[in-house]
Design a binder for this molecule. Structure first.
Ligand code: NAD
Ligand code: GDD
Length: 337
């Protein structure tokens, strides 16, 4: 299997780039990474991978991307944290073109396996009103009341995968990622998610000596955060499993955003005065991953402690912050050795 072509759509992004790096480390010989971004903006890039800069909204480009592939991981989407998805609902929904055309291209070129990255944003909003969330089970996506824009696109694309399997016999696997964080991801610019944003804000406060932080929302809202290594491993476990329905891929270590800030302050060795921006994008009040099903199928679930992952993420963002402040515009881009 390591001699057969693996395609990673969204390979210039956070999770896609980390998956490519992991596949290389495992000795996969033929990898094709595809992303709309120009190469200089990819988070991780390697010369021994076939890198293509293509807009996968377009069907012809999807056919080029899928040509000769044994398996395809579709991680390409126009997305970000709450700051992006709340203000760009049409752009988020247009990612439906990527998965639709990738599925058609996969079928046409006869790929053996297709993976789709869905999201916890498919879950019914009524089940996420209480910060003390008991954990979202896979069945909680229906009756549907997904996150406006982004969540509905993910739910539709999940179903598209299902029907390509049922009607055309295409092997598809779908994971619902819960908030993923780690090095080599977006940490500024508006698409960053809470872990990276909080690290950046704490670093800024530390380096400027202005010991203040603005937190979106009340700080009581809860989430669980999955470290990138768990995500990359889980994606491959799910791809190679017999799990036919969309399944949670997330940590079950739920924290409030205030607790997230506590942790990052502790890592940084400072305490900040907190201001709460109640008009900022907030999303749901409470979200956690319920992992009974993944445990049942795989005997495994994401388990890297938040503190461990945050220490690595903080250190990486610190380096990026310092490099960028020193004028390195390519800070955040890593050439894989
Ligand atoms: P990312 O933004 O870092 O990566 C997505 C990549 O897709 C980007 O590099 C982007 O340039 C590329 N892309 C966007 N439009 C494209 C197009 N038309 N053609 C080709 N490439 C295009 O995000 P990520 O965190 O790596 O997310 C990967 C996948 O996982 C996405 O589908 C996302 O919705 C899903 N997901 C991520 C999280 C998370 O917390 N990171 C949570 C739930 C779901
Ligand atoms: N981004 C961000 N930046 N969020 C902040 C900040 C900040 O400075 N301060 C507090 N928050 C709060 C947000 O208001 C939100 O309530 C919570 O932290 C989490 O925000 P995000 O990390 O941006 O997004 P999310 O968890 O609501 O949704 C993310 O995860 C989904 C999967 O679980 C998004 O990345 C979705 O795209 C993704 O599908």
């Amino acid at each position: 299997m390591k001699d057969q072509l693996v395609v990673v759509a969204g390979g210039g992004g956070f999770i896609g780039g980390s998956l490519v790096a992991d596949l290389r480390n495992q000795g996969f010989k033929k990898i094709r990474a595809v992303d709309i971004k120009p190469f200089e903006q990819w988070y991780q890039i390697s010369d021994d991978v076939e890198n293509l800069s293509l807009d996968l909204n377009l069907k012809d480009n999807c056919e080029t991307a899928a040509q000769g592939a044994y398996q395809i991981f579709n991680l390409a989407a126009n997305m970000g944290g709450m700051g992006f998805i709340e203000n760009n609902k049409a752009l988020c929904m247009l990612s439906v073109l990527i998965n639709t055309h990738m599925l058609q291209a996969a079928r046409k070129s006869g790929v053996a396996k297709f993976f789709y990255s869905s999201s916890a944003c498919v879950y019914n909003g009524d089940k996420q009103r209480d910060p003390d969330n008991p954990g979202l089970k896979e069945e909680d996506a229906y009756p549907a009341l997904a996150e406006d824009g982004y969540g509905w696109e993910k739910l539709f694309s999940e179903r598209m995968c299902r029907h390509f399997s049922e009607d055309f016999g295409l092997y598809t696997r779908v994971a619902r990622f819960h908030n993923v964080y780690g090095p080599n991801g977006t940490w500024d610019g508006g698409r960053e998610k809470a872990p990276a944003a909080i690290c950046r804000k704490v670093i800024e406060a530390k380096l400027t000596g202005k010991h203040e932080i603005t937190i979106w929302g009340t700080g009581h809202q809860t989430r669980s955060f999955m470290y990138i290594d768990d995500c990359v491993l889980g994606v491959q476990k799910i791809m190679n499993s017999n799990i036919l329905e969309p399944i949670n891929l997330g940590s079950s270590e739920m924290v409030s955003i205030n607790q997230l800030v506590d942790l990052v302050e502790d890592i940084a060795g400072i305490k900040l005065n907190r201001t709460y921006d109640l008009g900022a994008p907030k999303g749901v009040n409470g979200r956690n991953s319920e992992n009974t099903l993944i445990q049942k199928y795989l005997g495994w679930e994401p388990s890297i402690p938040l503190r461990t992952g945050l220490e690595k993420t903080y250190a990486w963002i610190y380096d990026q912050y310092v490099a960028r402040a020193a004028g390195d515009v390519r800070a955040s881009v890593v050439n894989l050795a």
